[in-house]
Each structure stands twice: as C-alpha cells, then as structure tokens.
Design a protein around this ligand. Structure first.
Ligand code: AMP
Length: 487
C-alpha cells in the first residue's frame, strides 16, 4: 500500500503520531490538519512548484509535508540550524510560491506563512482535498539539499514511487509488533536519515519521538526524555549513539522495550556494535548504507557477534529487492527503483552522476566498496566528501566559503581520522606578507564563517601556512598537507 493510502487508514486513530517536547499530534489530527492546509494551498497557489518547509522538530512540519504532497506539491525541508545565507541559497534556488515556516520567522522576499498562520489554517479552515490533486507516483515527493563542492548546496529529488519502494523495504527490517511502537527521531527533517524514522513510524501507526537539537546536547534532558518515552526502534547516526553509549546508563534498564537499532549515514564501528549488543541483549542491530540520492538506504545487514568476530570492519550488507549494486573501478554504483531523478535544476551535475543501466536509473556514489561473502563493504571515498558527526560535507564547500573571508587567499581543509572515522577538521590557510595585516583572529574568522556555512562545517583548527602545497596539475596536494600534521 502506498504511503498516503496507508495513512488514510489511520485517519480516525486517536493514537499519538508525533511527539516533541511541547507538542503532540494524533493520527486523526495529522490527517485532518494536512487536509485543511492542502485545501488552502490548492486554492491559493497558482503553480505546482516545490514549497520550502522551514523549522526544527515541530510536529506541524509533518502537517506541512503532507499538505504539500496532498495538494500536488513537492516539499523541501530546511532545518533552522542552517545559516541564513544557506537558507537564502536554497529558497532562491527553489523559488517557492510560498514558504511554510514552522517558526515565527518570515523569509525576506517570499510569501511566508508562519507557525501561527499554519496552525490557524490547519485547525480552523475546514477543507476538502480531492485525491486527484495528490502527487503521482512519478512526481517528486521531496527535495533534500546536501553539501555541494561548488560552495552552494545541491537539491536531491526523490519521487513518491522511490519513497514507497524504500518504506516497504525498510519496514521488513522492523518486524517486532507491539500495540504501538515508539520510534526515535534524531536527525533533523532536512537530512534524509529522518525519512527512515518518519515514514517507518507513520507507515506502521507508530509514535515518533522528536528529539530537539538542544536536548540532544544535554545528557540529563536527553536521558529524561528517553526514560519518559520507551523507544522500541532506534534510528540515528552511529555518532549519536556513541554519545549515548558514553554514559553507562545507556542500556536496557533505561530502555527495556528496545528491539531494533537502525543505523545509516556513516561507518558503524565494531566497538559501537559490540557495546550495543552487550547493553541491549534483546535488540537487533542493523547497519544500512546509502546516499540521499538513492532514498536513504539500499543495503542492510544484521550485525551479530559472529559478524563482528569474522571481519576487520563491519559490512553494510546486501542490496534490497529492486536494487543492484555494481562495483566499477572500486566505485559503488547503485542501480534500481529508489535512485533519484537527479539534482534540482542542475542537468550538468545530474548527467555527471546519474545514468541508465539495464533500463534502470543508476547513481555513481563516489564511495569505494567491495563484496566479500556476498556482503558489501564500504572502504572510503574517491573524492573529498566526508562524514563528520553524521553530517555529509564536501571539503570544497568549506574551502570555497572560507576564501570569502578577507585575508584568506587559498585554503585546504583536511579531515583528522581516528578509528577510520573523521574526528575533526583542520583548515590550512595560506597567507602572504601583504595580507598578513588584514588577517583576522581565528575566532573572528569562525564568526564570519557562520554567516556562510552551517556550524557543523566550521573547522575546529585553523592553521596559517605560507604556502598550500599543490601537485603537478595545480590542485591542492592533500597528501603532503596531511604529512605536515596539524600541531
Ligand atoms: P547522506 O546522503 O547524507 O546519507 O550520505 C551518504 C554517504 O554516507 C554515502 O555516500 C557514504 O559515503 C556514507 N554512508 C552511508 N551509510 C554508510 C555506512 N553504513 N557506512 C559507511 N558510510 C556510509
């Protein structure tokens, strides 16, 4: 059954669908409110253009998502953690006829409904949506923007069909049934990992527990929230569960109902998996793999003690039904029914990364990998994309934005690895004697950078060097820089 059809079967359900610190919405409310808002959008918008939904962990963001797709619009989620300039980049690229802001903030130059407007329309304007106006299977359901090497983000388009194929498959990993399952939502809705918990939960009439950024960085608040919401299915980046595991209280005494851990987005280490199996002996741990460009994840494997003992690093698993994984010159190529149509309004980059293989859409991931015993293993990148604390970052994105700071003429950003994972970033900035006087203090540079890029992209260390080494073709010699160290 398709996602919206399935949700319709819960349209009279009084069960809680979404719960944040301050708000909660039942399935009945979610259905009604999104109907009302969809009706408003149908009547007030002239074009079927994408709509930007701005906010952070507010259940009404989901009302907005559903209202968009019920009125035939693609939605494009943007989290408040993003810098204002990046928000403007996205809004200017999408050019939405309306922005649905689940905050008090209006977006300059764009027709905006604020949270007060959204709540009022959702609750008070009784609407009737015609199902003919729903997005069609081949239509784009959402666009998620991700770091781009040019210095501006790129939008990945995911169709309704791809989303349905993904949700159907991911549900097969989450098989334990109880009266109502509780799902953890850690990732902001602007990251595709959140698609896993959001739609898995909605599809199965679960209760999604939205954990705000501010709670995630405060142990006592976080553990209190977990204590009060006994999660069954945990969806997060490995980095987030590592933070939790740093406390000895993170075990099945705190969360006795835990039955499934689903990880995606970055390397799951043997240490993390082993600790989880030890602390939650009744739960299953899955490693899944995939980029935003192929709808969250396309491979999976249950991590058992046998697997931990057998391999040097953990596998990312076997492809789901409908997906084929090819290894071309070490690079992982994903072929199948969840591969994106391409990048929003960017045919050049789309042609570079996407193609058709055996009449199916294919995406060159830039990830290196190999098969062993029928299992796929991830073994690094062929380019300068990294994962830091679960965030996908193109190092050139940071470099291009750092060069906008007055006094910095050339810059190379390097990741510092520990246990195969990126621990932090170091920026090597080239200065010349003439601009030395113009150079700003490191704190000032970091402050200025906040205007251009999200905080999680700002390098921890900034080092000034006289010359950034280059290789024969004039490109930054990252290997040589790496040898320099960062002390
Ligand atoms: P994103 O589009 O943010 O989901 O990031 C996708 C990238 O994250 C992939 O291309 C990989 O480089 C990395 N990735 C995703 N899942 C895994 C995994 N299970 N193990 C290692 N790296 C992963």
């Amino acid at each position: 059954m398709k996602l919206l059809e399935k949700l319709e079967t819960y349209r009279t359900s009084e069960k809680i669908a979404l719960k944040s610190e301050k708000d909660e919405l039942t399935y009945k409310e979610l259905w009604e409110y999104s109907d009302n808002l969809a009706d408003y959008l149908s009547k007030n918008l002239k074009k079927k253009e994408p709509i930007v939904v701005y906010g952070h962990k507010n259940p009404f963001m989901i009302v907005c998502f559903l209202a968009c797709v019920k009125s035939g619009h693609t939605y494009c989620p943007v989290d408040t953690s993003i810098s204002l300039e990046r928000l403007n980049d996205i809004v200017s690229a999408v050019k939405p006829e309306i922005v649905l802001s689940c905050t008090d903030k209006k977006i300059d130059g764009f027709n905006t409904l604020t949270i007060q407007d959204i709540i009022k329309i959702s609750k008070e304007v009784k609407g009737n949506v015609n199902k003919n106006s729903y997005v069609k299977e081949e239509d784009i359901f959402y666009i998620i923007f991700t770091s781009g090497s040019t210095g501006t983000p790129k939008g990945v388009e995911i169709s309704y069909q791809s989303l349905n194929n993904f949700v159907k498959w991911i549900s097969t990993l989450d098989t334990k049934r109880v009266e109502q399952k509780l799902y953890l939502n850690q990732a902001p809705f602007s990251f595709d990992l959140s698609v896993m918990d959001l739609y898995l939960s909605l599809y199965n009439e679960g209760k999604l527990i939205l954990i705000e950024k501010e709670v995630q960085s405060d142990y006592s608040k976080l553990f209190d929230r977990l204590k009060n919401n006994l999660i069954n299915t945990w969806v997060s980046t490995p980095s987030f569960v590592d933070i939790c595991l740093a406390s000895e209280d993170f075990n099945d005494k705190l969360l006795p109902n835990m039955d499934t851990f689903l990880f995606c987005g970055e390397i799951l280490t043997k240490k993390t998996a082993e600790m989880l199996l030890h602390n939650f002996p009744n739960a299953k741990v899955y490693n899944t793999y995939g980029p935003t460009e192929s709808t969250v994840a396309v491979t999976s494997v249950e991590i058992t003690q046998d697997i931990i003992d057998k391999y040097n690093s953990l596998p990312v698993g076997k492809p789901k039904k409908g997906t084929q994984i090819l290894i071309d010159n070490e690079e992982i190529v994903i072929v199948g029914d969840t591969v994106s149509n391409g990048y929003f309004n960017n045919p050049t980059l789309t042609d570079e990364k996407f193609s058709i293989i055996n009449s199916q859409k294919a995406y060159r991931t830039g990830d290196k990998g190999f098969f062993l015993d029928g299992l796929l293993f991830y073994s690094g990148r062929i380019d300068n994309q990294i994962k830091l604390n679960g965030y996908r970052i193109e190092l050139e994105d940071i470099e291009n934005n750092m060069m906008r700071v007055d006094g910095i003429s050339k810059v190379a950003v390097l990741p510092k690895f520990e246990d195969g994972k990126v621990k932090y970033l170091t920026a090597y900035c080239m200065y010349t004697k003439e601009i030395l006087s113009k150079l700003k203090a490191i704190t000032e540079i970091k402050e200025e950078l906040k205007k251009y890029i999200p905080s999680y992209m700002i390098p921890k260390k900034i080092i000034f060097i006289e010359k950034v080494p280059t290789n024969n073709n004039g490109k930054i010699d990252r290997k040589k820089l790496m040898e320099l160290g960062d002390n």
